[in-house]
Design a protein around this ligand. Structure first.
Ligand code: FE2
Ligand code: FE2
Length: 242
């Protein structure tokens, strides 16, 4: 009898232990995931504030920094200002997209690639902002709206999975490259400082697209490409003026 009770007690006492032990790593994993999410949210919030307040510091000198300030007519200055405002808004959107995608990406290696690209985008943001100030122009009044829209799109792409997320980056960077090539043709030839910035941005965007492709990007369906193009057209047309 005493032997049976002892075995029964042993069974009772022994059963919860392995279960509890199995739950510990799960709890630790969940706690780590929540801590990482909170970190990412804080970093993302800080990024949004810095982007929208204009408090950004480039890590690289602006291309064309040593070129003399060109003599521009009022019309050339207005044209360069409008185009550089569009480019600045594009970089505001890039900040939002990369912040959102880094937040929801699952693979830490992909998160790190997004973070590296986002550092380049911060340079672009600072350079275009500095150039607008030198041209006596301003950033878009609707930047908070563009940021919110791009962030929502980035989260949606991120939830679709890492490969789709990367595919979205490839397509975005490809469209941005085309758009910047168009701006190189439209900027006044005399505005060598703006041109130097846009040319370096284009080189960086090509590198970001290649990085995402190499990391295993999935192709983006044609209707999504079409919608991305139309949304960018609307943003460009409005940001040129407002
Ligand atoms: Fe950029
Ligand atoms: Fe980029």
């Amino acid at each position: 009898m005493s032997v049976g009770l002892s075995r029964f007690d042993d069974l009772i006492c022994a059963t919860p232990k392995p279960l509890a032990q199995r739950l510990i790593p799960l709890r630790q994993k969940r706690t780590r995931y929540h801590a990482q999410m909170i970190d990412s949210l804080i970093i993302g919030f800080d990024r949004a504030l810095r982007t929208l307040s204009g408090n950004v510091q480039p890590t690289r000198l602006a291309p064309g920094e040593n070129l003399p300030e060109p003599e521009l007519s009022p019309e050339q200055r207005r044209q360069a200002g409008g185009l550089m405002r569009v480019n600045h808004t594009g970089e505001v959107c890039a900040q939002a997209l990369y912040a959102a995608q880094a937040l929801v990406a699952r693979d830490p290696a992909i998160k790190e690639r997004f973070a590296a690209a986002a550092r380049d985008e911060e340079d672009h943001l600072a350079w275009t902002q500095q150039r607008l100030a030198a041209l006596g122009d301003r950033t878009s009044l609707l930047n908070p709206l563009w940021y919110a829209g791009a962030f929502a799109i980035g989260v949606a792409a991120g939830f679709a999975g890492d490969r789709t997320n990367l595919g979205f980056v490839v397509e975005t960077e490809r469209q941005v490259e085309e758009h910047l090539t168009g701006h190189i043709d439209r900027l006044p030839a005399a505005d060598t400082k703006s041109l130097a910035i846009v040319e370096q941005m284009r080189d960086d965007e090509v590198r970001h697209g290649a990085m995402a492709l190499e990391a295993g990007a999935a192709p983006v369906p044609s209707p999504v490409k079409y919608l991305m193009r139309r949304a960018a057209d609307v943003m460009r047309a409005i940001a040129y003026r407002i």
